[in-house]
Design a protein around this ligand. Sequence first.
Ligand code: HEC
Length: 562
Amino acid sequence: MNMNKTSLKLRDSALAVAVLAASAVLSAQSFHSAPADAAAQENKYMSAADIEAGGKVYQARCAACHGPTAKGQANIPALATGATQAAKPGEVFWYITKGDLNNGMPSWAMLPETDRWQVVSYLKSLGGGGAAATKAAAGAEVKPAPSTTKFEAPDPAPPFTDFRFEKPGLSRKITVADLPKPYATQSAANSPKVVTKPDGVWPKVPEGFKVELYSKDVDGPRMLRTAPNGDIVVAESVKGQVTILHGMTADGKAEKASVYATGLNRPYGIAFYPEGPNPKWLYIGDTDAVVRFPYSNGDLTATGKPEHIADLPHGSSGHWTRDIRFTPDGKKMLVSVGSGSNVDDPDTTPGEKDRADVLEFNPDGSGMSVYAYGIRNCAGEAIHPKTGELWCSVNERDALGDNLVPDYITHVKPGGFYGWPWWYMGANQDPRHAGKHPELKTKAIVPDVLLNPHNASLGIMFYEGNQFPAEYKGDLFAAEHGSWNRSDRVGYELIRVPMTPAGRAKGEYEDFMTGFVLPSGEAWGRPVAVTAASDGSLLVSDDAYDAIWRISYVGAGKSAGK
Ligand code: HEC
């Protein structure tokens, strides 16, 4: 534990007490510090016709980010539940009008006032679980067909790329010297429209590899981990469910899907404890807590109730994924907790306390401390099999332009500071925090592997299997969920990060499985996490196509693809 962090946190907590006391009063009265006259405004557009019109505005302007049913996604808050439902209509109207660009929410002042009020009415109608909510949920089940219009934009300037130039086997290297200045381009609002998969379209992999569907019996699959007996544990976060996939048929499909547990709160992280052939517990990272189930090899349904192990910092908005890994000696549990916002300053925002960190606990949930900090959102953890070091896959911040800030994959130093929110990629100050924390400038660590900015890097793993050619052994694989804060789509792929035998990254990475974005720029698939099946094939979860893909090696000269 680094002294600086300790003193920083201590000072924070003294400050936090004062700020908390003030904000407890504030939050009872206002939404995003909306002034009293904003709250007092009356909504005159609340008829059924207004709600319907508001629904149209919502689908056209807001759904791309907040999701078709306003349940939120990634760091974008839900509007059908949470703070928006608790707020007064006038406060929501005021906030929508003003926006919060630093945190990625555009201003909607250019929409006619009537439209803004109607969208507020629509959002409020979702809260009660009324007809509009039911209709919105039903509509979201049906994905639209892809458009035939081709996406056109100038080619990206190397080393940056976009989906049109992602190709299995292509190697990429981005360095700090390549980065543009903040605001070199505008901040984009370009969430993907998820469409149906056209016939004949299939993920692409390098020569000699083959992609098959391992399972379609999953709903919004996120994290994946392999049990010692080869079962595959799948977190279906939005559903609040964990499913176990068992066995593999001769043609590479799961034999059986069994619901292991339900009623969880956005389960994401998955870990067995103790590690080794006979774990006793299955740990799950809910968004607000770590829970664990008693587990023996072969369990397909939970044999007991979840035991609450530790509370985790959380909020009504902000990053919600919590991954869990244990140190190789089994003595510590490392839990990643992303920031509550894009760039809010933890010094003055109590909700950011103990967020954008990797937190350390004893395996029984006691003894929390900060393991590493300034990691905006470590959405995937892995322990290197030889060095025993923790590695993180990190989503960096938005709203500074297309080519800032790179997402990254790095080994994590105990006590290390990774920059957020004051610095990025080493000694580069975030312009939104100009002049703050000069003492941290030289402390901010430059990560090992810089990825394309806005890739949305999620689950990672080290490949220890024997099925792939020998040069893949020990390499890291990472699932890139894909961009929204970039004018041309990037990510939406599985990447390979080559490693040295000593367990160091070389700074470069390769496209490995691509093809989830169509020529129209619309996406039909989004990789979330990756694990190895016991036969050494790779399994990749996809929460857009609702599937688990299986990548196997069939030998050089054999056809890749389906
Ligand atoms: C480009 C993506 C994007 C679009 C498009 C967008 N929003 Fe947002 N919105 C965000 C983000 C990101 C936040 C969270 C900001 C923060 O962290 O403070 C947010 C926050 C909000 C909040 C506050 C929620 C809370 O719990 O604090 C409301 C209300 C909201 N948006 C409404 C809308 C409406 C209505 C529209 C359409 C007219 C819209 N947004 C379009 C990204 C977007």
